[in-house]
Design a binder for this molecule. Structure first.
Ligand code: FPP
Length: 270
């Protein structure tokens, strides 16, 4: 069982430092290009991408990284050709059916964040069932961001605060970043320590805008279907080599002890 990390907002306090990230967030880009390079339809790249997801989940389980968050479908991905959107949604459904039992056996807690209503009742019900089944698992929390946008997330959190204010339960003057956080989709989870984007682009693309405030960013030209364990190890090595200062000076940080990674070699997801 993993040691629960202390939940610290990086702008209100300096979190404990560790050479192993406690939370990794990934934009899995390059599936389309991978397929095109092989003369295959784009969906073949997404299918191959699911294999890379499986490998990364297994690696996080083995290394004892307790949180993994993947950007599977952004609120802007609806702009893609209708056929690709439909095939992607079918792929999610198939992946859910095929993988959830295995995730549960590996003690992985499965969560989806985003405005999932637009996916329709069938996918919505499967997501809910998977979340229910795995809710008490403690090896790894796997969060899939689907129809998710960072701006949508902040806006929906503001809406909740506005409702409380309109009902006279909240003084607008008392609102702080800390009072907004419990209303965000990632409430209760530590902010990502490491963000990875494959496929060569160097942007955040409306992913976890609020939570990435002090996250270490890692960009690689490797296309998502080719992001394997050795690629992940390179990202982790890059993370371990960084000095995280959270607004402090380098001298202050050098005097601070590093936390040892929580555990290693347990909880793999086959
Ligand atoms: C970006 O590549 C990828 C996506 C929009 C979809 C990601 C989906 C998967 C990896 C498969 C399903 C995942 C789960 C969690 C079941 P792109 O199509 O933009 O690639 P391109 O930039 O080369 O066109």
């Amino acid at each position: 069982m993993s040691k629960s990390p202390r939940i610290v907002s990086t702008t209100s306090a300096v979190p404990a430092l560790s050479t192993l990230p406690q939370h990794v967030a990934v934009i899995m880009d390059g599936n389309g290009r991978w397929a095109k390079g092989r003369g295959l339809p784009r969906i073949a790249g997404h299918r191959k991408g699911v294999e890379a997801v499986r490998e990364l989940v297994t690696a996080c389980g083995e290394l004892g990284i307790p949180y993994l968050t993947l950007f599977a479908f952004s609120s802007e991905n609806w702009r893609r050709p209708e056929t690709e959107v439909r095939l992607l949604l079918e792929l999610f459904l198939m992946a859910l059916d095929k993988e959830v039992k295995k995730l549960h056996t590996s003690k992985v807690r499965f969560r989806v964040i985003g405005d999932i209503e637009r996916f329709g009742p069938k996918l919505g019900a499967r997501i809910q069932a998977a979340e229910e089944l795995t809710r008490d698992n403690q090896n790894l929390t796997l969060t899939i961001a689907a129809n998710y946008g960072g701006r949508w997330d902040v806006a929906q959190a503001c809406k909740q605060l506005a409702r409380e204010a309109a009902a006279g339960q909240l003084d607008p003057e008392s609102i702080t970043p800390e009072s907004l956080e419990p209303h965000l989709s990632m409430a209760g989870m530590p902010e990502p320590d490491l963000f990875i984007r494959t496929g060569g682009e160097q942007r955040i693309s409306n992913f976890l805008l609020w939570q990435l405030a002090y996250t270490e960013l890692y960009f690689t030209p490797v296309l998502w279907p080719e992001f394997d364990r050795s690629q992940f190890d390179q990202a982790l090595a890059s993370f371990a080599s960084r000095q995280r200062r959270f607004g402090q000076t380098g001298d202050q940080v050098e005097g601070q002890p590093l936390e040892q990674p929580a555990r290693a070699g347990k909880g793999s997801h086959a």
